[in-house]
Design a protein around this ligand. Structure first.
Ligand code: FES
Length: 188
């Protein structure tokens, strides 16, 4: 397959990461590129515990000391060089590695399969019992990345238009719609 450009080497700190998403919906392949000690590697951004993206906030994949990936779901930590889980609920499993090559300072995905096929095959390999839970968690994670807060939606501050896009209700309308409702983030 023709190599697919992901980013340039100089866009990465050392240690540092870049998040690249190819495709969308069922075809979406979410990729973490990490640079450490002058070497670049790529992994699928999907925690082997519940198959959700590792990060809650954009491009926050590393522990504070930048020595490991950390999953914001339940705190699993992974080696930067291999993607192997070294602590947490998926100990013994690993992030899926992707093949990359570098040409003229560019980093390219060089898998045999197109990104959409990789994404679908990874999904098909998941245990059925976690698919429903992971879909819910992945949707919540994606909405949080995009600034959508489900609590705000329930309180009437956000609504979806006919196309399913999130829109903020003006404050007066939000108060009218939210009148009489109460909610708490604690314990949700
Ligand atoms: S989903 Fe990553 S540690 Fe649970």
């Amino acid at each position: 397959m023709t190599p697919i450009f992901l980013c340039r080497v100089e866009e990465l700190a050392d240690p540092g990461t870049r998040n690249i998403v190819l495709g969308e919906g069922e075809d979406e392949l979410d990729i973490i590129i990490v640079q450490t000690n002058g070497t670049r590697r790529a992994f699928v951004n999907s925690c082997p515990h519940q198959f959700i993206p590792l990060e809650t906030f954009p491009n926050h994949f590393l522990t504070e000391d930048k020595k490991f990936f950390v999953c914001s779901g339940h705190g699993a930590r992974f080696e930067l060089s291999t993607g192997a889980c070294i602590s947490g609920p998926c100990l013994g499993k690993a992030l899926d590695r992707l093949h990359i090559e570098e040409t003229d300072g560019g980093i390219y995905l060089t898998e045999d399969l197109p990104p959409a096929d990789i994404a679908r095959s990874k999904r098909a390999a998941r245990p059925l019992v976690v698919i429903a839970a992971s879909l819910r968690l992945a949707t919540a994670a994606r909405e949080q990345k995009s600034g959508h807060d489900p609590c705000e939606e329930r309180a009437g501050k956000l609504r979806r238009d006919e196309g399913g896009h999130i829109q903020r209700v003006d404050s007066c309308e939000g108060r009218r719609q939210g009148a009489g409702q109460s909610h708490s983030r604690i314990g949700e």
